[in-house]
Design a protein around this ligand. Sequence first.
Ligand SMILES: Cc1cc2nc3c(=O)[nH]c(=O)nc-3n(C[C@H](O)[C@H](O)[C@H](O)COP(=O)(O)OP(=O)(O)OC[C@H]3O[C@@H](n4cnc5c(N)ncnc54)[C@H](O)[C@@H]3O)c2cc1C
Length: 424
Amino acid sequence: MSKKILVWFRNDLRLHDNEMLVEAIAKSDSILPVYILDRRSFGETKYGTLKTGNIRAQFILQSVLGLRNALKQIGGNLLIAEGNPEDIIPQLVQEYEITEVYHHREVAREETHVSTLVENALWKLRINLKHFIGHTLYNKEDLPFPIKDIPDAFNQFKKKIERDSIIKPCFAAPDRINVAEVIDWGTLSSLEDLDLSAQQKDQRSDFEFTGGEGEGLAHLQKVIVAMQQAATTKNLILASKLSAWLAMGSLSPRKVYWEIKKMEGVPNTKAMFNHILLGLLWRDYFRFMFKKYGNTFFNPDGFGSQGPVDIENEQDNFQKWKNGQTGFAVVDAVMTELNQTGFISNIARQTAALYLINNLEVSWIFGAAYFEEKLIDYNPASNWGNWANMAGVGNDQKLKSVFDLDKNIKNLDPKGNYALTWAS
Ligand SMILES: Cc1cc2nc3c(=O)[nH]c(=O)nc-3n(C[C@H](O)[C@H](O)[C@H](O)COP(=O)(O)OP(=O)(O)OC[C@H]3O[C@@H](n4cnc5c(N)ncnc54)[C@H](O)[C@@H]3O)c2cc1C
């Protein structure tokens, strides 16, 4: 019997630096690339928010179609289905006589739960689900310590990992692919099918995110050009805006690292290189902490106990915050920008979070759930991990006292222009 491997794409929507895909091609006669739109990721949460709002939903749909086009260009295609992976994958395994299923391992509870359901269902068919690691800059296997011994303090984590570990080279993107014979490759739902509507572009925004590997790689090149320009103009723009493509896996963190590393030696580029690298390390850190501690990050008291919550006014205050109607101009501007574009800077995220937690005394859990709905770059570990830190209930207790609302506002909006621009 010929060997056919089903490659289950999730948040790894790329051809470059994709070990799972490279190995599947090498070890099979043909592969079946599959993406499953799981409606559970679009439902309502117990906090009255959506799991995925319209802006990220649009970005996801673009990213999936981008992957399909990329696969077509190398002689393949992407089978698109809708439903529960634990139902659909076993059906496909039987229909296409699949011999093994590959996927990337996730770290947060809902995602790992789905993997377990798929694994159990496949087990009944005596089919193996092989797990790959491909979301981080540093591979778990290359760490100088087991997951349980990863330092909780970010600075120690950074120091040790940079000293004792390596960043692997990228896997080359395949240039030819042999896929199973499929009669109907399926169509992707539209935003309307998901009961969502397209967001109108806000003229105040100077940036547009379009999902897909091609767009992600093109944006990475723009970042490199910006680094080169910074070298001559000394006009440093630190925020790379790479996060949305990284979250969908349309860009691999290693690809980002090795591309920006090429700029090493070019004068005045070090600050931006260090800034992006630091961000990628934070990203790894939260993923590893989720692996180490799992669900604790979703608990309101996390690794400590959260501050005072004004239960009586909590819902009212939460609504005002969400809608940018707190009466506090900078926070309202941040929330308007988030609602209109799906993206705000790190300092804006911190500002909104601090205000919700300390001034409005709303449980941080509501804020995290709302960011989950709205952020175009949402990923569970970065979002819930950062929020837990802001609320002082993260596992690095040293971070508890470093956040200061006034200081943030001075940095975010020194002259008041930001608040004016994003006044709703
Ligand atoms: C309350 C709160 C919620 C957040 N939620 C998310 C989220 O859901 N998804 C997300 O990607 N980031 C999240 N962040 C982290 C950070 O704000 C964004 O990654 C960053 O603003 C994205 O912009 P950039 O691509 O220009 O980042 P850059 O500053 O250019 O950094 C490069 C990359 O490093 C990563 N990164 C940078 N800072 C962090 C950080 N503190 N934590 C984790 N990764 C980081 C991102 O992938 C980013 O693209 C959150 C931060 C806060 C305070």
